[in-house]
Write a protein that binds this ligand. Structure first.
Ligand code: GLV
Ligand code: MG
Length: 328
């Protein structure tokens, strides 16, 4: 069935699952090995802040080897390069994409400050794809918002390239950029009792949704505090974020759980979709609204249900109930 063009919900259905996005230092073969066995939706092999400057040149080649020879089945494969203000970015991109382009899904660009920085990466990727005979435009871009200038320009950044798949919040760098008085990422600064992150998260979410992109929350650094992780992840999930970074195996299951609908909500969403399809059909009387049990559903219910169903399908949930056509 074709959807009206104002429909924003199917984007969630179309995009890759990214409930848990596992950070793996590109310079650490042991972690690169271990990451393959973890149930994260995405891995990103890091050339930026988890990789010491002296280790970066070799890490590029380590990443190429692991992308080409590792078993990343079922995972979105991403490499985070260094940001454009450094001297490393172009060599990161050229070495990794020339060496492992067909085994790479996206490049993550950190500390994006304006749309031109995304365009520059897009152009460089196109050059490499053409030179190497790779499919042009297949490799996506993830843009990290990590400073005040990036947040001010987030709408233009989100529109900057058809390669963009996600806008990612980088809370640690962001807190430093705005002089936030807290040392624990995700927690409220001392002396402040409202949600210090709400404005930032909402701006990122709006820019992402207006452009059919995913919105991803960044890391929670207290890796042994899984309850704290759940609280911070739950806040992003409640707003509508699609996933969160994980830094440790102990955070993976929590992220997958927090960003998936419950089985009950998933079943209910699929029932709403079936019931709405039926009531609007010829056989169902071409009605614009209907009752599903005690609940009145209409086109807006379908849109909400599409979001939950899309997340559930992406999470691999299976229906445990079927729609029965009501007696006339
Ligand atoms: C991630 O890159 C962060 O700065 O939080
Ligand atoms: Mg950062």
């Amino acid at each position: 069935m074709s959807r009206p063009s104002t429909d924003t919900a199917p984007a969630v259905d179309r995009l890759r699952p990214r409930r848990s996005c596992l950070a793996v230092p590109g310079s650490n073969p042991r972690f690169l090995e271990k990451a393959q066995g973890l149930p994260a939706d995405q891995v990103f092999l890091d050339l930026e802040d988890a990789c010491a400057p002296l280790a970066k040149p070799e890490a590029r080649h380590t990443i190429v080897k692991f992308l080409n020879e590792g078993d990343w089945t079922g995972k979105t494969r991403v490499v985070r390069v260094n940001d454009w203000t450094t001297e490393w970015t172009y060599r990161d991109v050229v070495t990794v994409v020339e060496g492992a382009g067909p085994n790479l899904d996206c490049v993550m660009l950190p500390k994006v400050q304006d749309a031109q920085q995304v365009v520059a990466l897009d152009l460089l990727l196109t050059q490499i794809e053409k030179t190497m005979g790779f499919e042009v435009g297949r490799i996506g871009i993830e843009a990290q918002i990590e400073n005040a200038r990036g947040l001010n320009n987030v709408n233009a950044i989100a529109e900057a390239s058809p390669r963009l798949e996600t806008i990612v919040f980088g809370p640690a760098d962001f807190m430093a950029s705005i002089n936030m008085k807290s040392l624990v990422v995700g927690e409220q600064p001392p002396g402040y009792d409202a949600d210090a992150y709400h404005y930032i998260l909402m701006r990122i979410l709006m820019a992402a949704r207006a452009n059919d992109l995913q919105a991803i929350d960044g890391p929670y650094l207290q890796i042994r505090n899984v309850d704290g992780f759940r609280t911070v992840a739950g806040r992003a999930a409640a707003l509508g974020f699609d996933g969160k970074w994980v830094l440790h195996p102990g955070q993976v299951e929590a992220a997958n759980e927090v960003f998936s609908p419950s089985q009950e909500d998933y079943d209910h969403a699929e029932l709403i979709l079936d019931a709405y399809d039926h009531c609007t059909s010829e056989a169902g009387g071409k009605k614009g609204s209907a009752m599903l049990g005690d609940e009145m559903i209409d086109e807006a219910s379908r849109k909400m249900a599409l979001v939950v169903a899309g997340k559930g399908r992406a999470a691999g949930l299976k229906r445990t109930s079927t729609f029965e056509i009501p007696e006339a």
